[in-house]
Design a binder for this molecule. Structure first.
Ligand code: 5GP
Length: 200
């Protein structure tokens, strides 16, 4: 069996990448599975342990790093976030397409390990819109919003290293564009696999 495709999505906080990923996963036609990350940050209202994230302590997270269990990890806003190596490798080798929703330090590390991974970056239409979305979401204090906007600038600078950039100025359109890009990759990969197996 051929390996699945590894899709990686990044984008600054407030760009709507979480909503886009949920929409992609809800549509079963997309044939893609989300890898659940581990984090040391607090669980938020509406999140589920083992589904949104695997929540763990700093001590436990550092032991997982030492044991080499993380495909990648990063420190973001004072907390660890990381992708489990074994789950991702197992899904890919079972032929499943995997989606990671991670920040750019981790995404670029993944690209080093899997150069064939497809990196997708979500941007807002403007900084004013990004600020508005963060404020409306009401999850962070003014100070934290300021930090996230500062972090967004660094993230925007990483976007040229991604395979494709999507503008989320309309959620439905953006989901459709990402979906089409992923479907196209999967279809081309399937075609190449077919070509390789054909007799001539
Ligand atoms: P949040 O706290 O808002 O859920 O996530 C904060 C940031 O961490 C987001 O940019 C999210 O994409 C990123 N993130 C989530 N899981 C991982 C992971 O496993 N690895 C890395 N590098 N970043 C992650």
């Amino acid at each position: 069996m051929n390996n699945g495709i590894l899709f990686v999505m990044s984008g600054p906080s407030g760009t709507g990448k979480g909503t886009i990923c949920s929409a992609l996963l809800e549509n079963k036609e997309n044939d893609v599975f989300l890898s659940v990350s581990s984090t040391t940050r607090e669980k938020r209202v509406g999140e589920t342990d083992g589904v949104t994230y695997n929540y763990t302590t700093f001590e436990n997270f550092e032991s997982m790093i030492e044991r080499g269990e993380m495909l990648e990890y990063a420190m973001y806003s004072g907390n660890y976030y990381g992708t489990p190596k074994k789950t991702v490798q197992d899904m890919l080798s079972a032929g499943k397409n995997v989606l990671l929703e991670i920040e750019p330090q981790g995404a670029l590390k993944v690209k080093e390990i899997f150069p064939e991974a497809v990196l997708m970056f979500i941007v807002p239409p403007s900084m004013a819109e990004l600020k508005k979305r963060l404020e409306e979401r009401g999850r962070e204090t003014e100070d934290q919003i300021e930090k996230r906007l500062e972090a967004a600038k660094w993230e925007f600078n990483q976007s040229p290293k991604y395979n494709q950039i999507f503008v989320n100025d309309n959620l439905e359109n953006c989901v459709r564009e990402v979906e089409n890009a992923m479907k196209d990759k999967i279809a081309k990969r399937n075609l190449v696999d077919k070509l390789l197996s054909e007799k001539y």
